[in-house]
Write a protein that binds this ligand. Structure first.
Ligand code: 9MR
Length: 385
């Protein structure tokens, strides 16, 4: 369990600290379940609850510098994760430079407010999420060595920067192509010979750098029937890593769950409970732990009516977490991918936006920072045994 709070201010005192609202009261207008913050409720079962956050100097959006958003985080979360600020595209302006401005700002805010931090992500192994310079880099006469040097330097530098603050890292994210069903090729894999060579080096370097951190492979496979193939592909990847002795501790289950069609028998989105349990059984049977890394809900199939929609989203959430909490002994952190509807990525993700043009209501808090029924569903299921 990753519950120990460390005094890491010493390592980050040089970083700018950001002001925030003082309120730490639960924000809810609907809360009727067990009392306590979502993190306090999660802690009763030995795990942390938290959310993704952003950082921007304007103080808007899903940002720790937005006072209203910060107040929700302080009221509910024990751990936060940078939505984008620790990705290569943000950290690496060029092959020989790092820019930690935004990542450090989030880290110092977490430390200042007694919160812990998860790490996302040391390698998102997809060309579209590489910085341009990495996609077009000239790897020279010894390409494998040059690719290994770049990857090793990145992981060591970033992991060491937040050593003692980040104790659980998404080491590799979404490395499998959904259509070809094979690990994705990038400039790094072409230089090193295979995607597996890159993935393995990423995990081995992370382990050498942070021997005690939890190392996670993070992906979007989910419980809806449409995800069955991707679940199989992820299982193959995990089996391969196991066979090669790759030091990966846990599977990050992103949990962007989706209601694209309603099941008449439940009135909520379709999900394949038996298939998902088989998947989780296989993952945990191989010895991997589970982390819920990016929870939110797509509400596309639901009618516009807000009360009805919020009730259905809450019901879908409750069913999901009841199932996931059956894996209590294997399950570590639970993080939402944003706490407030207006500032959640689903508002601009083309597959999530609604035909009626209304806001997606996929997070625990409405855009006026008032808790929704989804928040109660989380509170109730986080404490269930
Ligand atoms: O929410 C993130 C969005 O703001 C970024 O534009 C995008 C690309 O960096 O990444 C989103 O976060 C993704 C996460 O890093 C990995 N899992 C899927 C998330 C949603 O796309």
């Amino acid at each position: 369990m990753l519950t120990q709070r460390r005094n890491v201010l010493g390592g980050l005192t040089a970083l700018p600290l950001i002001g925030c609202a003082q309120s730490v009261m639960p924000m809810g207008g609907t809360a009727s379940g067990p009392s306590g913050s979502l993190d306090e409720l999660a802690q009763t079962r030995g795990r942390r609850f938290g959310s993704a956050v952003a950082w921007n100097v304007q103080g808007t959006g899903m940002s720790v510098s937005n006072p209203e958003y910060a107040a929700v985080l302080k009221a509910e979360c024990g751990v936060i994760v940078a939505e984008n600020e620790m990705k290569w595209q943000k950290l690496r302006p060029s092959v020989d430079s790092y820019d930690f401005t935004a990542g450090d700002a989030i880290a110092s805010w977490a430390v200042e407010h007694g919160m812990e931090l998860r790490g996302h992500v040391l390698l998102w192994h997809r060309p579209e999420w590489f910085p341009d310079w990495l996609n077009t880099h000239d790897f020279g006469a010894a390409p494998a060595l040059e690719a290994e040097r770049i990857l090793t330097d990145h992981i060591q530098t970033v992991a060491r920067r937040y050593e003692g603050v980040i104790t659980s890292w998404d080491v590799v994210n979404e490395a499998i192509d959904h259509d070809t069903r094979a690990p994705i090729e990038t400039s790094l894999s072409r230089a090193m010979g295979s995607p597996e060579a890159v993935i393995d080096l990423a995990f081995r370097t992370a382990r050498e750098t942070l021997p005690n951190a939890q190392l996670v492979y993070n992906d979007y496979m989910s419980w809806e029937p449409a995800h069955a193939r991707h679940c199989e592909d992820v299982l193959r990847l995990l089996e391969g890593m196991k066979a090669r002795g790759v030091p990966c501790d846990a599977l990050g289950i992103q949990s962007h769950i989706e209601m694209f069609a309603l099941d008449p028998s439940t009135g909520v989105g379709r999900y394949d409970e038996a298939g998902w349990r088989r998947f989780l059984d296989e993952v945990t049977g191989m010895g991997y732990r589970l982390v819920i890394t990016e929870f939110d809900v797509k509400d596309k199939a639901l009618p516009a009516d807000i009360a009805l929609r919020d009730a259905k989203v809450a019901e879908y959430t409750r069913r999901y977490f009841e199932l996931m909490l059956d894996y209590d002994v294997y399950l570590d952190d639970i993080l939402a991918w944003g706490m407030v509807d207006a500032h959640n990525w689903l508002q601009y993700f083309e597959y999530a936006t609604r035909a009626d043009g209304r806001e997606v209501r996929g997070t625990p808090y409405a855009s006026d920072y008032v808790a929704k029924p989804m928040r109660d569903a989380l509170a109730e299921t986080l404490t269930a045994v």
